[in-house]
Design a protein around this ligand. Sequence first.
Ligand code: OFO
Length: 179
Amino acid sequence: MISEKTLNVLNKQIALEGNASAAYLAMASWCERQALKGCATFFYDQSAEERMHMMKIIHYINEMDGCAIIPEQAKPRGEYDSIQELFQIVYKQEKSVTAAIYNLLSISQEENDHSTTLFLQWYVAEQREEESQVRSILDMIKLIGSGGQSLFFIDQEVEKINQERLKEEASGEEYNQVL
Ligand code: OFO
């Protein structure tokens, strides 16, 4: 059983995760057009992850005998001034998703909805990981600076993150870290 109030906010979260997935897809496509292969892979993967986050909520609501609402998709921004700007937008977006998850968690606690409170723990850990990753990419971009071959080096560093992620996925480590 899930309260009406919690259900409404969970449904809003479906839309947020869906919009994040679409935004990252647009970013991936932009990076691909700039020949930033590492960044493009990063965002294509990130887009798939956000879709998975959305799917988890849809399944959860339905499992709890609620009705998951599939939202309209907001059209994401398709152009960016620079890779720096793009990652700053990502950081801002992740922080706003974290705030939405915290708000959802507070509501589930107020409503004594222990099941949803438990369900949301996974999202709290996931947001912590995502925010920290984007912050470290922004730090790395700052360190590399904006000299001649900076885009090449930034892309290489992001590709290293992709490789790490592949290794973690293969070992099941990512799953354990988030839990
Ligand atoms: Fe859904 O993980 Fe970030 O936004």
